[in-house]
Design a binder for this molecule. Structure first.
Ligand code: XUL
Ligand code: CO
Length: 431
């Protein structure tokens, strides 16, 4: 351990009036909301990649952060794990999420890289046993190395497909070893730069077969966690195959994988796809696909994936409203796929970025619970569709029968107000 986090106290709940920067105002882990503690509702997870592996670079400049654990050998990887668990303790964070490359540097050969992953996940497993911190999910980084520049499972080169299979198998094995509650696949380079060199149909078939093999392997090893796909429309690829919730639903149906795979939905990715976060969550819930969330926010002017910590309570309230309405998380949780800005150099920044985000999510969750418990919003929605209760079984009819009814009953629809402003005013009363 180094003195990196030295002097930073463990963050505790002090209530909304606290003047202490290093305290929670809304996140009270043991407080019961709608029959469950906030800790069990929110299931906060820290992302290893943003908090411990990212050096602070951007397209115009390199590393800005100086961390004692930066380095390309296993000693540094272990130091990074030590410091990560110190941060989990300070934050009272119950979960973490990782890519293989976040945990340890790659070696010369696949076999050596695999051995290094075993070594570091064994090390992390011991720390989990000592602290009680758990793994929300694991995943493979199949977007950084140049070998995957043209995709992993969707690469034109079958040797890359083989390498991707070996990589995902290793990461699934070690996620299971760590008791990870989900395994995530984000297709960072599963897409294309130009159609001029791309056989889009063939690549989609490769992606479908790859995912089927992942599901088969899950059953083969008896892994009880959930397989999650994370939609994102573009970046780094110009176009990514896992564009949004609707696209993935079609893909799962095509390959017979509905019921086997759910979704990890990220706030910023929803925005990039031209949707709101709550739209993606509501659609996933309605299709039975809502698994977990990557919580963050994008800068709304910049147009790319800025992965900032969430700081907008009205937005998180609408998101958790959909989560609560769908019954809450089972294996999923709230993973902070969020990073401090590259000028935020200090250990305090890393801690306070999470503290603020945990509080924003907690405030959003509580507002969402008040909305649901009060029931006015759902009552208004139910009332809007109430005509269907008396309309007969229209959906199992046919066009000519319906047409006959219009004439026979003199049907003449009378438009009714959608009451949007009244509902917006209602929502604001819970915030
Ligand atoms: C990238 C992203 C990833 C995934 C995991 O935009 O969200 O960090 O969450 O690979
Ligand atoms: Co993400």
């Amino acid at each position: 351990m180094t003195d990196f986090f030295q002097g930073i106290p463990q963050i505790r709940f002090e209530g909304p009036d606290s003047q202490n920067e290093f305290a929670f105002r809304h996140y009270n882990p043991d407080e019961v909301v709608m029959g469950k503690t906030m800790k069990d509702h929110l299931r906060f997870s820290v992302a290893w990649w943003h908090s411990f592996a990212w050096p602070g670079g951007d397209p115009f400049g390199g590393q800005t952060f100086e961390r004692p654990w930066f380095g390309d050998d296993m000693a540094h990887a272990k130091l990074k794990a030590d410091e990560a668990f110190e941060m989990f303790r300070i934050l009272q964070a119950p979960y973490f999420a990782w890519h293989d490359l976040d945990l340890r540097p790659e070696a010369e050969t696949f076999a050596e890289s695999r051995a290094r992953l075993t070594e570091i996940t064994d090390y992390i497993g011991e720390k989990m046993a000592q602290t009680g911190v758990k793994c929300l999910w694991g995943t493979a980084n199949m977007f950084t190395h140049r070998r995957v520049m043209a995709g992993a499972a969707t690469n034109p080169d079958p040797e890359v497909f083989l390498y991707a299979a070996a990589t995902v198998k290793a990461c699934m094995d070690d996620t299971m070893k760590l008791g990870g509650e989900n395994y995530v696949l984000w297709g960072g380079r599963e897409g294309y730069e130009t159609l001029l060199n791309t056989d889009l149909g063939k690549e989609r078939q490769q992606a479908g077969r790859f995912l089927s093999m992942v599901v088969d392997y899950k059953h083969k090893i008896g892994y009880k966690g959930t397989i999650l796909i994370e939609p994102k429309p573009q970046e780094p690829s110009k176009h990514q195959y896992d564009y949004d919730v609707g696209t993935i639903y079609g893909f799962l149906k095509d390959f017979g994988l509905e019921g086997e795979v759910k979704l990890n939905i990220e706030q910023g990715h929803a925005i990039l796809a031209g949707h709101s976060f709550e739209h993606e969550l509501a659609l996933a819930a309605s299709l039975g696909l809502l698994g977990s969330i990557d919580m963050n926010r994008n800068d709304y002017q910049s147009g790319w994936d800025t992965d900032q910590f969430p700081n907008n309570v009205p937005e998180t309230a609408l998101a958790y409203y959909e989560v609560l309405k769908s019954g809450g998380f089972t294996t999923g949780g709230t993973n902070f796929d969020s990073k401090v800005r590259r000028q935020s150099l200090d250990a305090e920044d890393l801690i306070l970025g999470h503290v603020g985000a945990m509080d924003v999510c907690a405030a959003g969750l509580k507002a969402a619970a008040r909305m649901l418990e009060d029931g006015k919003l759902e009552a208004a929605r139910t009332e809007r569709y109430a005509g269907w209760d008396k309309a007969g079984d229209l959906l199992n009819s046919d066009l000519s029968t319906l047409a006959d009814r219009v004439v026979a009953e003199g049907i003449d629809p009378h438009p009714r107000s959608g009451r949007q402003e009244r509902l917006e005013n209602l929502v604001n009363r819970y915030l």
